[in-house]
Design a protein around this ligand. Structure first.
Ligand SMILES: *[C@@H]1O[C@H](CO)[C@@H](O)[C@H](O)[C@H]1NC(C)=O
Length: 303
């Protein structure tokens, strides 16, 4: 049911429809929305209370004969603080609608507008769907699924590590690495974090020299029937020299190969110097000699 509604809403952003006596409103993330609620008599001296579903009903906006959350009434939920207002000049017409500014994905859900003192209690139901908006780096709106970014994360003895990253996706997508033949590759466990109802996911895989050098990260949101992918081509040279480590941020193997011998020579020189002064300062002891050799080796492999 929820799934169905989502698909429905995503195809008709900004619509308002009536269903089962409750109003359904769709809006794009970040825009403002008016949740309607009105009765036939003035609400100026009335009590009305807007709440949102959840594990515990959240206090969205309460008005009590002139007092409300924006002028002293307490207990408004943090999620809505500073974002909800009513329409004072409309109240004499029975209008208890509220406006929510800068809507967030997490504002989606079922709202109730209650008049506890009218006719022994009256309740109106309004459902809100906030449709996610994705922006690319230039700030352009780019469809409803963010494209993943794919990078070479590291080059190790075991192969080339690829990283796929998707930011701010909703609903939660699934990430997969594939080779150019469409085979799904073994990957590490995905790292998932959530903020404001949006998911940031990274998925790493290690590829070794195969017949293909092109790899694809596929992002799938099954509920929405959406799929998007980004492809990365790994230079064959990286597989050949995957024993020398390189980081993604534009550090070339050439530099790495240049730095390694220099660092090694410097270490060797330093070691020799220390050893000479040690031999000079103390009696020669052959059993101690392997010790500094060992530490030199491990230093070098950490470069
Ligand atoms: C209530 O007030 C809002 C804001 O002015 C308006 O958009 C809405 O149409 C009004 N509702 C009714 C039933 O008059």
């Amino acid at each position: 049911m929820v799934l169905f509604l989502w698909i429905f809403v995503l195809s008709l952003t900004g619509f308002v429809a009536k269903s089962n006596g409750s109003e359904v409103i769709g809006v794009s993330e970040g825009s403002d929305v008016i949740l309607p609620c009105s009765i036939k008599e003035s609400v100026v001296q009335q009590l009305f209370d807007w709440r949102k579903d959840g594990e515990k009903m959240k206090e969205v906006f309460m008005y009590n004969a002139g007092l409300h959350y924006n002028n002293g009434l307490r207990d408004q939920d943090d999620q809505f603080r500073g974002r909800v207002s009513h329409f004072p000049d409309q109240m004499k017409f029975g209008n208890a609608s509220i406006r929510i500014n800068n809507t967030k994905i997490t504002d989606s859900g079922d709202y109730t507008c209650d008049f506890p003192h009218i006719n022994g209690g009256m309740t109106f139901n309004i459902s809100l769907f906030v449709d996610p908006v994705f922006k690319d780096r230039s700030g352009e709106i780019s469809g409803s699924v963010p494209k993943p970014s794919v990078t070479i994360f590291d080059v190790t003895d075991s192969g080339v590590q690829l990283k796929c990253e998707v930011q701010g996706a909703f609903p939660k997508p699934e990430l997969r690495w594939k080779d150019s033949d469409g085979n799904i590759l073994d990957a590490e466990e995905a790292e998932i974090s959530e903020r404001d109802g949006r998911y940031h996911i990274t998925l790493q895989t290690t590829v070794t020299s195969t017949t293909t050098t092109s790899f694809q990260c596929v992002v799938q949101q099954k509920d929405l029937n959406h799929e998007t992918a980004s492809t990365i081509t790994v230079s064959e040279k990286l597989f050949v020299s995957s024993c020398s480590k390189v980081t993604t941020e534009g550090v070339l193997i050439g530099i790495g190969l240049g730095v390694l011998p220099t660092a090694f020579a410097a270490l060797l020189l330093a070691f020799k110097f220390i050893r000479i002064s040690w031999i000079r300062g103390t009696k020669k002891n052959k059993e101690d000699e392997p010790e500094p050799m060992k530490s030199l080796r491990s230093d070098n492999s950490n470069i």
